[in-house]
Design a protein around this ligand. Structure first.
Ligand code: ATP
Length: 359
């Protein structure tokens, strides 16, 4: 197990990168604690796989360093880094038994058979494979095979970290929930540094203690699931996390205060000095119908079971509300109100006044 530090890391696939867009990874400085459960979350193309490959050594970064427990491993080949990786598609030897598949990484390193046997049985028990140890891997379903991959990722005790690259892609939707919870449980038991890459917020938020949210090659926020929900540092985080995501509404700024349709809005922060145009971020959970609010027209109501998602038009902006089922929805003369403590001003996408603001 190891603490992993990324220092001043950048990567471009181009020989001569010129502008910002030429970098698959912009400047990254990160520290992952020993034994932590992390998720790397972001849309397709944001640089997740590039970063995983740099950690495992399949790719050498154009700039910067990667350290395991303060030792620079930037130039070490993959087999010297002691990283276990679980990929999107199960990597199993079909002709071998489940037992032999799980034993493979250990036998490959010359571990004695008694240790192999006890580790294989322990990991099989954790991954619910005990009753299948004698079966050929080819006889298992896709999720069974992916459990073998997970088991193989965990069977070695000498790994610095286990990397999961979208490991639930091939799993049936109804089994995803089961495997997601399993992974969390496995982390709690083995306490290894685990990094889970996904574009699915539910997977990231269920698994990780801390989520690293990436967009266009940069980290926009690192936080616990609650922090990402309650205080998004960037409109991207607000919009990407949550269902539906945060409302992001252009507004005018006078003397640091946000105005919408000529009305001043109560917000939890002020706009940076000199700002005239900005955006308001407010989650649908914190918008309500109220006689004191801004005039809005109800466009659509979607019933999700426990909640209603109400889409409104307020001064030309689409604003969503998330209401408990049974909460009244006005049929005319609707007015909406934002909860002041959860209404934030964002400038150039970043939370106004925040230290995290991009330089
Ligand atoms: N081998 C490569 N050569 C050139 N460009 C690449 C290569 N691999 C990735 N890229 C580019 O680098 C950027 C980041 O890609 P990366 O695969 O790391 O993103 P990702 O977040 O893992 O996306 P996905 O979820 O689709 O795999 C993208 O713009 C991609 O087109």
């Amino acid at each position: 197990m190891a603490k992993i530090t990324l220092s001043n890391l950048r990567h471009s696939y181009m020989a001569d990168p010129k502008d910002d867009a030429d970098w698959a990874l912009k400047k990254l400085d990160l520290e992952w604690e020993d034994g932590g459960a992390y998720a790397l979350l972001g849309p397709s193309g944001c640089g997740k796989t590039t970063l995983l490959n740099i950690i495992s050594g399949l790719l050498t970064a154009s700039h910067g360093q990667i350290l395991f427990d303060d030792e620079d491993v930037s130039l070490l080949p993959p087999d010297k880094r002691h990283i276990a990786q679980v990929f999107q598609f199960p990597v199993v030897y079909d002709t071998m038994t489940v037992y032999d598949n799980l034993a493979f990484p250990l036998r490959n390193r010359g571990i004695d058979e008694a240790t192999v046997d006890s580790r294989v049985r322990e990991v099989a028990e954790m991954t619910d494979l005990t009753s299948m140890l004698g079966r050929r891997a080819s006889k298992l379903t896709a999720d069974g095979k992916q459990k073998i991959s997970l088991g193989r990722g965990m069977v070695r005790t000498d790994v610095n970290a286990i990397l999961f690259d979208e490991p639930l892609t091939v799993i049936d939707p109804h089994l995803k929930f089961q495997l997601r919870s399993k992974l969390k449980e496995l982390h709690d038991r083995v306490k290894r540094t685990m990094i889970y890459v996904t574009h699915d917020q539910t997977e990231a938020l269920t698994f990780a203690d801390k989520v690293v949210v990436m967009n266009m090659g940069e980290v926009v926020q690192i936080g616990t699931p609650v922090e990402l929900f309650e205080s998004p540092q960037h409109t991207f985080v607000g919009h990407f996390i949550g269902s539906p995501g945060m409302n992001v509404i252009p507004c005018e700024v006078h003397d640091g205060q946000a105005h919408l349709s000529g009305q001043r809005l109560e917000t939890s922060n002020k706009a940076d000095a000199g700002t005239t145009h900005a955006e308001i971020g407010i989650r649908p959970e914190f918008v309500t119908f109220s006689d004191q609010g801004l005039p809005a027209q109800v466009l659509k109501v979607s019933d999700t079971g426990r909640f209603n998602i109400v889409e409104t038009n307020c001064a030309g902006n689409k604003i969503k509300l998330l209401l408990d089922e049974g909460s009244p929805i006005p049929s005319e003369n609707a007015k909406i109100k934002f909860d002041a403590a959860s209404t934030r001003i964002y400038v150039d996408g970043w939370l106004s006044g925040s230290e995290h603001r991009h330089e």
